[in-house]
Design a protein around this ligand. Structure first.
Ligand code: NZQ
Ligand code: ZN
Length: 390
């Protein structure tokens, strides 16, 4: 553990088949006015909306609805929610949905009592420290897994007018106060979304793993979670209502991005920076964008962190290194990941995600630069994008 770190997680988790039973007691800790934030309607089709409303009614809450929070949540929607919070003196924002709804709920919390019309610029673009304005508590009932938003400070918001999708990791005061994780609520997630969420988990793990050269507990934890998720997703694809598989994937996602495996890691995150701009131009599913970008990105940077890519190939993908050079082993590991992704139905080309060749320079030039083993330039990102176009 080469680098000093601090670790705090502010979210209480209720996990399991009966976890929604805890909502009533939790709601009693908050005032009367609840903003119910949700997406495009899946919770009405699968009955989760009715279950949550019944509990809110039992607690005599005054429910204000903020619906239609779509994937890659838009700044305009976040501001609409913030207005509802102000007008109705909201005491708690209850997000019921996937990462987009939870991220948007955190954004609504930050924006609702901020004075000024530059909240996105200030907190998502300039990443200024939070001011002392009031923050409305957020809680979640999770229905789709992948992002880890249920137990972290992440909030990724899209300014659709200026084509900027920016993520901000807020301090623990913005984390959900509690999150309810019932794996059964994910049974109705379509396969496309489920495997997209799974690649998101894999990507979060890799963004943290591919950095540093020390002997670090975080890397061993990452390998364990990674092996579990690639095993469990195969079962969940065959048998979408397999509780064991779904519950493993759900918890894998949470611990993959709740700061635990980031301890003492410098981290990379450039695949995410590129994906955010890809999403800003195409509105693609986050995990699918990550999948397409990851293969050419890692084939480009592996030589700068060769030892770690060799370990990844051997530990995760069980590549037999006998008689092979380190370069061959490392590349074989990435090949195995690509084969696995294709077998699961994940997307590996930008064309399939709706990108055109003309968009690529704009996407590349608008990415925030960074990197782990290698800092990349806009020109290098363009080459990476061209290598996964079709
Ligand atoms: O909108 P509804 O109708 O609810 O449908 C959603 C949506 O279309 C559907 N869905 C969710 N639960 C369902 C369901 N359909 C059937 N049954 C259910 N139980 O799934 C679709 C995708 O939902 P979304 O919330 O967009 O997916 P995800 O959880 O992957 O969230 C993606 C967003 O999170 C951001 C991404 O950039 C993207 O904007 N991220 C947030 C992070 C964080 N907070 O730390 C980190 C991530 O890296 C990521 O950037
Ligand atoms: Zn992600």
């Amino acid at each position: 553990m080469k680098y000093d770190f601090s670790f705090q997680n502010a979210t209480k988790i209720y996990f399991g088949k009966d976890s929604l039973n805890n909502l009533e007691a939790e709601l009693n800790n908050y005032g009367k006015n609840i903003l119910l934030a949700y997406g495009g309607g899946s919770i009405k089709k699968n009955g989760i909306y009715d279950k949550v409303i019944a509990i809110l009614n039992k607690c005599n809450k005054n429910v204000i609805e903020c619906s239609g929070i779509l994937p890659n949540p838009a700044l305009s929607k976040m501001l609409e929610g913030a207005k509802l919070v102000r007008e109705n003196n909201v005491d708690l924002i209850l997000a019921v949905g996937g990462g987009s709804v939870v991220d948007c709920a955190k954004g609504i919390s930050v924006a609702s009592h901020y004075e000024g019309d530059d909240v996105f610029q200030r907190y998502w673009v300039d990443c200024a420290p939070l001011g002392d304005h009031k923050l409305v508590p957020v809680a979640s009932v999770l229905t789709m897994v992948g992002t880890g938003s249920e137990m972290n400070g992440g909030s990724v918001i899209s300014d659709t007018v200026n084509k900027i999708k920016n993520g901000r990791v807020f301090p623990p005061i913005v984390y959900p106060k509690f999150s309810i994780l019932n794996p059964e609520f994910t049974y109705t997630v379509p396969k496309y979304q489920m495997v997209s969420g799974v690649f998101d988990i894999m990507s979060h793990l890799m963004e943290q793993y591919f950095s540093g050269d020390d002997d670090n507990t975080s890397d061993y934890l990452i390998e364990g979670i990674y092996k579990n998720v690639i095993r469990a997703v195969k079962i969940a694809i065959e048998d979408p209502t397999n509780y064991e598989a779904r519950s493993n994937i759900m918890w894998d996602a949470t611990v993959a991005l709740n700061q635990l495996v980031a301890c003492s890691k410098t981290q990379d995150w450039e695949v995410h920076m590129i994906e955010h701009q890809l999403s800003a131009y195409t509105d693609c599913a986050h995990g699918m964008g990550l999948c397409a970008i990851s293969m050419p990105y890692y084939r480009y940077i592996y030589k700068f962190g060769l030892h770690k890519f060799v370990r990844f190939a051997k530990e995760i993908w069980k590549v037999d290194a006998t008689g092979k050079t380190d370069e061959q082993v490392a590349l074989e590991g990435i090949d195995c990941m690509e084969k696995f992704a294709k077998e699961c139905g994940m997307v590996t080309t930008l064309k399939e995600l709706g990108a055109t060749k003309e968009m690529l320079p704009d996407i590349a030039n608008s990415c925030i630069l960074g990197g782990g083993y290698k800092e990349v330039t806009h020109e290098e990102i363009l080459e990476i994008l061209k290598n996964c176009y079709e």
